[in-house]
Ligand binder design. Structure first.
Ligand code: NDP
Length: 466
């Protein structure tokens, strides 16, 4: 049977673009790709990239304050010009969008700038009614922000809206305690908005190491974000130009803007997947095996739509592995077990890889090495901020099973720690590296004695503590 394409990709985000480009340019596959919005997807257009640029913008006041501690007489950072920043940001995203499109065009991928849905195991239908056939179809449509299902929720913004605002809100409420809530709370506060974060738990970043959660929560408070912990909004209503929030305990307050950062959901609605027999999970995610293959053999899926590890570099690896496996005769699976990530809160980031202390304790005997100190740079400037570095070491094998860093540029540091950890390094391997002095990162190779022992009886100790 002859097909229009060897591969048709639905979705021009990080995972889809990588799969299309590798299949076409490395392996000569005939590839088509449909994207209904801007090329680049969540990460490039309404996620990681604009968010990180906003983080940089939001650091100004903190930097100025620090320079004052070094003898500069600068009064403050001055006024922030949101319109100028937003226009510049849009130009940068347009440049990146062009680079993504250019890469696909150079690889001879045919781009269809419209929505596509599946009609059978080998056919997609475009919004203009055109039907195209392909030997393989890749679903790479990502996810979208999810509101919590309360009355009046349409009055609240989602993260996509933040990059498009006409002006910065005066007083803003961010609802949620995950990656997006924490990052946007520090961004908005740093750009000058009076920011309140409301989270239903008692410390943000559930799922992270508890010690890191405590420090991240405290830092939000220290940088000026007002925390409302243990609270759940029950209803939103209009209050003139503002939005009134009514909490589940009856309390109420009005804000210039309310933003939901209450999780994301896979973008599977209206794609024709269930009609075709493609199995979906409880959250609407496409269920795939270790080769990213769905329950329909010609259809594959990568990235956030599969709800495995929802991070851009993971989607890219999944897309690349799919292309290598199917078109390059180089079978390659993705190991989702050891993935580093960072939450870009300010001024200290939270970065993590491997087991948390709580997970390590549940697994068995572990040594915990913790360095907690005031870094020379901010200490000199008069700040009390502490850096925390933690290594978890399996008491039997002595392998490093987890690393957590709370500090400036922690994301940069964890990327480098991911290399030895991926190679199965032991604590002795870390110790063998001679420190670079004076740096923050040197603490990773200079922690000599365990701070505590967890996870039951230790092989080289008679008694272990929990
Ligand atoms: P998360 O799942 O990380 O956080 C969602 C938050 O919303 C949690 O605090 C959750 O509370 C809360 N929540 C969920 N439902 C409700 C509800 N009905 N009422 C009140 N609160 C609720 O989602 P995000 O949207 O922050 O991020 C989505 C994903 O995007 C992340 O998991 C991550 O993979 C990715 N991401 C990565 C970034 C990075 O690498 N730096 C940056 C941004 C996003 P609870 O904890 O109690 O469940």
């Amino acid at each position: 049977m002859s097909f229009d394409y060897d591969l048709f990709v639905i979705g021009g985000g990080s995972g889809g673009v990588r799969a299309a480009r590798i299949a076409a340019s490395e392996y000569g596959a005939r590839v088509g790709l449909a994207e209904e919005s801007r090329m680049g997807g969540t990460c490039v257009i309404r996620g990681c990239v604009p968010k990180k640029l906003m983080i940089f913008a939001s650091q100004a006041e903190g930097i100025v304050e620090e320079t004052r501690g070094y003898g500069w007489t600068t009064a403050d950072a001055g006024a922030f010009d949101w319109t100028m920043f937003r226009n510049k940001l849009d130009a940068e995203l347009t440049r990146l969008e062009g680079a993504y499109t250019g890469g696909l065009v150079a690889a001879d991928v045919e781009i269809h700038k419209q929505r596509a849905r599946l009609v059978d195991a080998h056919t997609v239908e475009l919004a203009d009614g055109q039907r195209l056939s392909a030997k393989h179809i890749l679903i790479a449509v990502g996810g979208r922000p999810q509101r919590p299902g309360i009355e009046g929720e349409e009055l609240g913004l989602i993260s996509d809206d933040l990059f498009l605002m006409e002006k910065l809100p005066g007083r803003v409420l961010v609802i949620g305690g995950g990656f997006i809530a924490c990052e946007f709370a520090t961004i908005l506060q740093g750009l000058g908005a009076e920011t309140v974060l409301s989270y239903r738990g008692n410390a943000v970043l559930r799922g992270f190491d508890e010690e890191m959660r405590r420090h991240a929560t405290e830092q939000l408070r220290v940088v000026g974000v007002e925390l409302k912990l243990g609270t759940v909004p029950a209803k939103l209503e209009k209050d003139g130009e503002r939005t009134r929030v009514i909490w589940s305990d009856g309390a109420q307050e009005s804000y210039d803007a309310v933003m939901f950062a209450t999780g994301r959901t896979p973008n599977t609605e209206g794609l024709g997947l269930t009609e075709l027999g493609v199995k979906l999970g409880a959250r609407g995610e496409v269920v795939v095996d270790e080769w990213s293959q769905t329950s329909v053999p010609s259809i594959f899926a990568v990235g956030d739509v599969t709800d495995r590890v929802n991070l851009t570099p993971v989607a890219i690896r999944e897309g690349h592995s799919f292309a290598d496996t199917i078109f390059g005769a180089k079978p390659r699976k993705v190991d989702h077990g050891l993935v580093a990530s960072a939450v870009y809160v300010r001024p200290h980031e939270v970065a993590t890889i491997g087991l948390t202390e709580e997970e390590a304790a549940a697994k068995g005997p572990h040594e915990v090495y913790v360095a907690s100190f005031r870094p020379m740079r901010s200490l000199f400037a008069g700040s009390d901020a502490r850096v925390i570095m933690k290594l978890l070491v399996d008491a039997g094998t002595k392998k490093v099973t987890g690393c957590h860093i709370f500090g400036p540029e922690a994301g940069e540091m964890i990327q480098l720690v991911a290399i030895p950890m991926g190679m199965g390094a032991t604590k002795a391997d870390f110790d063998a590296a001679i420190a670079v002095h004076p740096t923050l990162a040197e603490e990773i190779v200079t922690m000599r004695r365990p701070t505590r022992h967890i996870g039951g009886a230790h092989p080289d100790k008679t008694v272990g503590s929990a």
